[in-house]
Design a protein around this ligand. Structure first.
Ligand code: EPU
Length: 337
């Protein structure tokens, strides 16, 4: 294992924030992971995956362990499906492409989501009507304290909207090393009801889409709406879409009849935070290098050399404005350190 001192993390977080790690090490195997955990107190360790859902606001006075476990394989083949395993350090979109090349369906709607396989379950990544939980079977994770590997079933993970047990009760207690998926090989269940996908398929005149067609449509939509982290630093949606009781929503709707919304099965209502932020006049707003994306107000961006603190103050400013204007408190989707 090669340790680096005072290493810049700019290339390791998709926001492109230039903070330093006191010590940095890339972990290429489960054995190396165990070794580093034996040597380092849990409180001294900072686990880094794809760096796609975090905002770093200060230098990390810790050992940063970059999870770089690689490998993907078919574990079992059944009549209509396969069981597939991918290690935590695999890039998520490369995994999706590998599935498409092999004709495995289920993750095509999740194309082009930044980040790694190992961090996908933590926030139950989702897009265009599909969430990770829909294809998830189980994951293996190492307990930071006991160094025991535990297998988490779907139920154990308690997936919710951009949420799981790894963000709550078990926060910072486990490191996911491998994820196992059930994917289809025949009779793929296509999810095309999302308006933007239908529209994109119509544009290219595809009536009976394949999983590859859906992936292409999703890639096109994302490229149009969302900034490419390789060009403009960002962490995708910075805020979660707020979920409010029906009565509260009706109050807001009285004042803003045009508000888009999504009624949840439990009676509550999900409101697009992007719409609220857009209406509040922040779309395309820029303060120095910290800004709000011009095509999707839910995404905060680093135009070059913004600090994490500058992005965070912009996020706080937006949060205050939305609370004042709509009485809704936005929650961060991104983890702030
Ligand atoms: N809207 C605006 N202005 C904006 C952005 C959105 O008016 O600047 C309106 C849209 O017109 C639409 C509604 O808000 O009526 C919803 O917008 P969109 O379909 O773009 O989806 P979203 O709710 O803003 C969520 C996810 C995205 C995911 C898309 C598509 C969250 C926090 N975000 O965004 O996920 O790609 O749906 O499924 O749930 C991510 O998590 O990083 C992410 C990009």
């Amino acid at each position: 294992m090669q340790f680096a001192q005072n290493k810049s993390l700019k290339a390791y977080n998709t926001f492109g924030i230039d903070v330093k790690a006191k010590r940095f090490v890339s972990i290429g195997s489960e054995e190396e992971l165990e070794q580093i955990l034996r040597k380092t107190y849990a409180s001294e360790l900072f686990v880094l995956g794809g760096g796609s859902n975090m905002l770093l606001t200060k230098d990390l006075d810790k050992t940063v362990a970059h999870i770089d476990l690689k490998g993907k394989q078919v574990l079992e083949t059944e009549e209509n499906s396969v069981l597939v395993s991918a290690k935590a350090g695999e890039n998520w979109h490369e995994f999706v492409l590998w599935c498409l090349e092999n004709g495995f369906g289920g993750v095509e709607n999740l194309s082009l989501i930044p980040g790694n396989v190992g961090t996908a379950p933590i926030q139950n990544i989702g897009a265009y009507g599909v969430e990770l939980k829909d294809v998830f079977v189980e994951c293996k994770a190492l307990n930071i304290q006991t160094l025991q590997t535990k297998t988490f079933s779907k139920e154990d993970c308690r997936f919710g909207y951009r949420d799981s047990v790894f963000k709550n009760e078990l926060k910072n207690q486990f490191i996911i090393t491998e994820v196992i998926f059930r994917l289809t090989t025949k009779n793929h269940q296509l999810h095309t009801s999302y308006g933007a996908i239908q529209h994109q398929l119509e544009l290219v005149r595809i009536v009976n889409p394949t999983i590859r067609d859906i992936s292409n449509a999703v890639v096109k939509i994302r490229q149009e709406k969302l900034p490419d982290p390789n060009k403009i630093g960002n962490s995708g949606s910075f805020f979660k879409n707020p979920i409010v009781p029906k009565s509260e929503f009706e109050q807001i709707q009285k004042k803003h009849p045009e508000i888009p919304f999504y009624a949840l099965p439990d009676g509550r209502v999900k409101i697009p935070a992007g719409w609220l932020i857009d209406q509040a006049g922040f779309k395309g707003f820029r303060d120095g290098d910290a800004g709000v994306h011009k095509n999707q107000a839910l995404v905060l961006v680093n135009h070059g050399n913004a600090t994490g603190t500058e992005i965070l103050s912009l996020a706080e400013k937006i949060r205050e404005k939305i609370a004042d204007s709509y009485g809704v408190m936005l929650e961060f989707e991104v983890n702030v350190f």
